[in-house]
Design a binder for this molecule. Structure first.
Ligand SMILES: [Zn+2]
Ligand SMILES: [Zn+2]
Length: 351
């Protein structure tokens, strides 16, 4: 098998040829037909995140060893099943749930593998999708894609699931009043499509960029508001027919945290997904006085993914735009992504 591999943090990917994989136990070997290139991969290649104020989150000290094949948005076909993997239909296409945990801790047992403290995330802690083959520890992580093209199915495992996982946290509010979505980038727009698939209320968006506000309206928002306006909160309330019961923040900066917190109704929920950074801007007494829930959300659970894939197979989620590249262009694609020169989701595929 062939892969594009991180051998040293901060250095370009290098091609590797390795023997074809053989499955043990419950393992499944998948021949990759599409692998999405995600912003997270830029951080993996770099070896960490800059947290601001000169601080850095370092992957080497967090148990991420090298060499590593990146790529956590993976679709493909089964080529080999381990002796305990059971019967799977090898004629079908699958997308892989990549946020795999240890499988035995309380978080994993409770259905939240994405929160496991001994993660085995594909493309981050173990080898992933910038390759012709990937090893999956158990067939339960494979989800049928039906008629969906592999390049459209692969990004559902990351951007699709992250948007859906956030919506699931406030699902009980979504038919009663429009939610507030902060940030009309890829995840925010995915949320708009998912809300329509869930037959929920059309959301109110805020974004500082007028072009993105237009994109939000085109994706089905009932209003798109400039958060810099002095009466932004009043505009949000007017557009939603009252204070929103839920706000989902795909930016996660101090200014957006303040806006989301101020905009939601008493008893409401403010969900943080974005990792822009900074410190919490709220006065603590208001959390109690307004009985607010502040909820974090990171990707989504296997159950969330099962529900998302069911919606996708029914054709109820519009595909996000994708551009196809060859596997050996991975390094170039990452550089272009870092420079903002990729249109839509970049997909590596050699088929
Ligand atoms: Zn991702
Ligand atoms: Zn676990």
């Amino acid at each position: 098998m062939h892969c594009q591999c991180v051998h040293e943090f901060g250095q370009p990917l290098r091609p590797d040829d390795r023997p074809d994989m053989t499955p043990q136990g419950t393992e499944v070997i998948v021949a990759i037909t599409a692998a999405g290139v995600c912003h997270t991969d830029l951080h993996v290649r770099e070896g960490g995140y800059h947290l601001g104020h000169g601080r850095r989150l370092d992957f080497a000290s967090r148990g991420i060893s090298l060499p590593r094949v990146m790529g956590h948005e993976i679709a493909g076909r089964i080529v080999a099943l381990g002796p305990e993997a059971g019967d799977l239909d090898t004629s079908r296409g699958y997308v892989i749930y990549p946020w795999i945990g240890c499988g035995s801790c309380a978080l994993c047992a409770g259905g939240n593998e994405q929160l496991c403290t001994s993660p085995r995330f594909l493309g981050i802690h173990v080898d992933g999708g910038y390759a012709t083959q990937v090893r999956v520890p158990h067939p339960k992580y494979l989800y049928e894609i039906g008629d969906i093209a592999p390049e459209n199915a692969a990004p559902l495992a990351c951007s699709g699931l992250t948007a859906f996982g956030a919506l699931k946290k406030v699902e009980h509010t979504l038919k009663a009043r429009p939610p507030l979505i902060i940030g009309a980038g890829g995840l925010g727009l995915m949320c708009a499509h998912l809300l329509s698939a869930l037959e929920a209320r059309a959301p109110v968006f805020v974004d500082i960029d007028p072009v993105k506000r237009q994109a939000a309206l085109a994706a089905g928002a009932c209003a798109a508001i400039d958060p810099g306006a002095p009466d932004a909160v009043e505009q949000i309330h007017a557009a939603a027919g009252g204070a929103p019961l839920a706000a989902i923040d795909f930016v996660g900066a101090e200014a957006t945290a303040e806006l989301g917190f101020n905009a939601v109704d008493k008893g409401g929920t403010y969900v943080i997904v974005g990792l822009f950074g900074g410190a919490a801007p709220w006065a603590l007494p208001f959390i109690a006085l307004r009985s607010l829930t502040i909820q974090g959300s990171y990707t989504g659970s296997p159950q969330d993914f099962a529900e998302l894939m069911a919606l996708a197979r029914e054709g109820r989620i519009s595909a996000i735009p994708t551009t196809r590249y060859r596997l050996d262009e991975a390094e170039d694609v990452l550089n272009r992504l870092a420079e903002g020169r990729i249109v839509g989701r970049a997909i590596l595929t050699d088929t």
